[in-house]
Design a protein around this ligand. Structure first.
Ligand SMILES: [Zn+2]
Length: 339
């Protein structure tokens, strides 16, 4: 009988089961009322009295072991089933959440693409600039208010190094190096020492365009402006030009577009005028051309510049300029773009 018990013990140690039914079969085989262990229990009464103690202990050990082993098999089967359920290979894959482009980036790219279709190429330059490229070469008088501490962030005084206040400095750098024809667009970040509010920030983004060649006229500028306005705000968009002043252009103008919110009828956004200002432009002042080594008797050119934030506000009606630099996901998530 001891041999039989030992045989069963080693059998039980090596039990394996991959299904619930297998485990149930094992339970019936060993532990049910007619199972092998119960049969041995029944035979126990025939064991000689002097062996009862030893056989009894062995039998109890066997019963306990069988019970434990079957419980273990059940547990490991349940665990592995749980694992299987968490991977459902037939399920549709969860979409990967992509970030969105910043609204400023979307509009900057849109503007650059429009100009690219007109044959312009992108030019970039440093944000930390010297006085010559930001002011002097562009015909700013020594006492021009834009040079004042109020507007410009100065990094060094002598020689004067500043954070550029406009991207016109890139135009200067290109004109100094390149022979006309020049047809460039300069997108970039600019800095002005202004109090931060919902409509002003100490940095913002500009796009400027410059076209220099023989016989470039104001008519060419106006045609380009109309094309850009229609591409940006729709085919119904009208433009109007108002005389203005900039040190680096002569004549200079500011361009309004028919209000894209009310369609020109008048609304609070356009202050009931039906028009909104979007950019400044003009014919490049001959002094600027000469400063950059371009013969102003042979070449003429036009330049225009706009704030990207301004255009973005018009397209998306963002009321507070500060939203653009606060990195609030709830704001940024709203801008989806094919770019
Ligand atoms: Zn309006």
């Amino acid at each position: 009988m001891i041999d039989k018990i030992n045989g069963l013990l080693s059998e039980i140690e090596n039990l394996k089961a991959s299904k619930v039914e297998d485990i149930e079969a094992l339970r019936i085989k060993y532990l049910s009322k007619k199972g092998e262990i119960s049969t041995l229990m029944n035979d126990f009464r025939n064991v000689a009295a002097d062996q009862k103690r030893e056989v009894g202990m062995k039998l109890n050990e066997l019963k306990e072991k069988a019970q434990n082993q079957i419980n273990l098999l059940k547990e490991s089967l349940e665990n592995s089933q749980e694992g299987d359920q968490s991977i459902d290979l037939t399920r549709t894959a969860a979409p990967i959440v992509l970030g969105t482009r910043h609204p400023i980036s979307i509009v900057r790219k849109e503007i650059c693409d429009i100009f690219r279709r007109l044959g312009f190429s992108i030019a970039e330059g440093p944000e930390i600039e010297d006085d010559w490229h930001v002011f002097s070469s562009l015909n700013f008088a020594e006492d021009h208010p834009a040079r004042d501490m109020q507007d410009t962030f100065f990094i060094a005084r002598s020689p004067e190094i500043v954070l550029r206040t406009h991207t016109s400095s890139v135009q200067t750098r290109v004109m100094e190096k390149q022979e006309p024809p020049i047809r460039i667009i300069c997108p970039g970040r600019v800095y002005r020492n202004e109090a931060i509010s919902y409509r002003a920030h100490c940095f913002f983004h500009q796009v400027e365009a410059l076209y220099i060649d023989k016989n470039v006229s104001f008519a060419d500028l106006k045609q380009a402006l109309l094309f850009v306005a229609k591409e940006l705000f729709g085919a119904e968009t009208k433009i109007r030009l108002r005389p203005s002043y900039f040190p680096f252009t002569e004549p200079s103008a500011e361009m309004d577009i028919s209000c894209n919110i009310c369609g020109g009828k008048g609304c609070p956004f356009c202050k009931h005028t039906g028009w909104v200002e979007i950019l400044g432009c003009g014919m490049v002042d001959p002094n600027v051309l000469e400063n950059c080594g371009i013969d102003s008797k042979v070449y003429t050119g036009y330049a225009l510049g706009m704030g990207i934030e301004r255009i973005t506000n018009l397209k998306y009606r963002v009321k507070d300029l500060r939203m653009f630099s606060e990195n609030d996901i709830r704001f940024l998530d709203q801008f989806e773009s094919a770019y």
